[in-house]
Write a protein that binds this ligand. Structure first.
Ligand SMILES: C[C@H](N)C(=O)N[C@@H](Cc1c[nH]cn1)C(=O)O
Length: 488
């Protein structure tokens, strides 16, 4: 697939350069983490714009041909509109004799506040015991920087890149990649015209064994709003006389999934592709300890204790998660309110061959049907906010052969072939529109705490200059190393 030039670059020199510049890489990550680029909070939008400018500036300083692409506006629930963060594209090299790879990543983050239970300030990258803690450290700022610093190392050493490299970095991934579908479609015959392969590192390993990811689940994210009285009411004065929106909402949310995890929405599993014997065998061969997984999460019991079943339910089956209720009283204290309007937020992770448009109809019909049976005078509105499709790669593609060879060269072990339970909303669009193959090369560890308190990226400083099990190479980029894998 790739020309022999790939194998002829000065690998050891390159690795030494990377190892020698770790402190600078961490400093850049610190600067990036300090930007509160939370795409879900419109009040933080200026920070997101600043973040995109910083990405563009970094790539421009490296000599890339950089553009900040305007992808339009988003409509807010109050009817107003807000500019979406620009998408950064960059290009390094345009040699027609070399393949062109496009690295996709995102620099927006999920919300984080110290009060959520963080041990450190989420936007102040803090090094503790070989880990760098900070929101976005693993998802996805350090992986994006790892890919940027890889090209920077080639350029600093005046080494010819073995491939042409393009970057596409966005700022709305955590809220469904709003605006990016249209941008990719409109640049199919321009930016994407010479792209041969797409690389994504927005996922993590499953265990201490390096992995390649070949599938992601999709996500249909819903708001279910129940509206009753014209304002909040005193529960002592009015309780018992009105049908409360919160009671209705809890009642309908409880019809989505059973306590043992069966989705109760009629027809929802109809399109799920059957689980083949071949897949069962693949899952069986994966290195994964169910008991350590349970312990790390800190629960007494999992839904499945068998490895294959557990992995299948993480990657291969749809699930429902209820995330929150807007309008509900949630502050400390004992306010005795009847909220007038509440909005339940839940999502359905879907798998091949489910279709978000079908899921939208099934969920909407189901909720209206159970709500009608309650004979409530309140009003229900159901809206699908995100409809991101699942993605699946052909693991027999030469791209995965190249990925396996790269893992073997660096870590001297065979990569686990894994899926990702989370969603990379744009993956399927990339595949469908560009008709190019994607490989997901995870850089983070399983226990990185994505979207959670104390998100981190491993930084095994004490091992960074030690030789890896493969004497020809080391893994000096921030992330997992064979000398200091995540404790799994
Ligand atoms: C896998 C990736 N790092 C990630 O966390 N993606 C988000 C994307 C998303 C899905 N719905 C809305 N945003 C996720 O899986 O939650």
């Amino acid at each position: 697939m790739f020309s022999s030039a790939v194998h002829s670059f000065r690998f050891d020199e390159l690795i030494k350069y990377v190892d020698d510049h770790q402190e600078e890489y961490v400093q850049t990550l610190r600067e990036w983490v300090a930007v509160e680029s939370d795409s879900s909070d419109v009040t933080k939008r200026a920070e997101l714009y600043r973040m995109m400018d910083m990405v563009g500036e970094k790539l421009r300083k490296m000599g890339g041909k950089v553009e900040l692409v305007d992808i339009g506006e988003e409509q807010l629930p109050d009817g107003s509109s807000l500019a979406l963060p620009k998408v950064v594209t960059a290009q390094f090299g345009s040699d027609v004799n070399k393949p062109t790879v496009c690295v996709y990543g995102h620099v927006d983050v999920q919300p984080a506040q110290k009060e959520d239970g963080w041990a450190t300030e989420p936007y102040n990258l803090t090094e503790i015991n070989g880990n760098l803690y900070g929101r976005g450290a693993s998802d996805n700022k350090a992986p994006v920087l790892a890919w940027i610093h890889a090209v920077e190392a080639f350029k600093a050493l005046d080494m010819d890149l073995p491939v042409n490299v393009k970057y596409l970095i966005e700022g709305m991934e955590e809220t469904g990649s709003n605006g990016l579908d249209a941008m990719i479609k409109s640049q199919k015959s321009t930016f994407f015209s010479d792209v041969d392969y797409i690389i994504i590192s927005d996922c993590g390993w499953l265990s201490k064994r390096p992995a390649l990811t070949y599938g992601t689940r999709g996500n249909c994210y819903f708001f279910a709003e129940v509206e009753g009285p014209k304002q909040d009411l005193h529960s002592g004065v009015y309780g018992g006389t009105v049908i409360e929106p919160m009671t209705d909402l809890i009642g309908i949310l409880d019809t989505l999934i059973s306590p043992s995890g069966t989705i109760l929405i009629p027809g929802i599993r109809d399109a799920v592709a059957p689980f083949s014997d071949e897949e069962w065998k693949m899952y069986q061969d994966i290195e994964f300890d169910v008991e350590s997984y349970r312990e790390k999460i800190g629960v007494e019991q999992l839904m499945y204790n068998n490895k294959v079943e557990l992995l299948a339910h993480r990657w291969r089956h749809p699930t429902v998660s209820i995330h929150g209720i807007n309008g509900a009283f949630s502050a400390p204290g004992t306010k005795t309110v009847i909220p007038a309007k509440v909005t339940g937020k839940f999502s359905i992770r879907q798998v091949p061959d489910m279709d978000p448009a079908v899921v939208e109809k099934q969920v909407t019909d189901h909720l209206h049907s159970v709500f009608a049976k309650r004979k409530s005078p309140n009003k229900l509105k159901v809206k699908m906010i995100i409809g991101a499709k699942p993605w699946l790669a052909d693991i027999k593609h030469s791209l995965y052969e190249a990925g396996k060879a790269a893992v073997k060269r660096v870590f001297n072990v065979d990569a686990d072939m894994i899926r990702e339970g989370g969603t990379i909303p744009i993956a399927r669009t990339f595949q469908d529109v560009t008709e190019k193959s994607i490989i997901m090369l995870p850089i983070g560890g399983f226990d990185d705490g994505l979207h959670s308190q104390n998100e981190k990226m491993k930084y095994p400083r004490e091992h960074s200059r030690m030789p890896s099990p493969n004497p020809q190479s080391t893994c000096g980029l921030i992330g997992q190393t064979p000398m200091n894998p995540p404790e799994y």
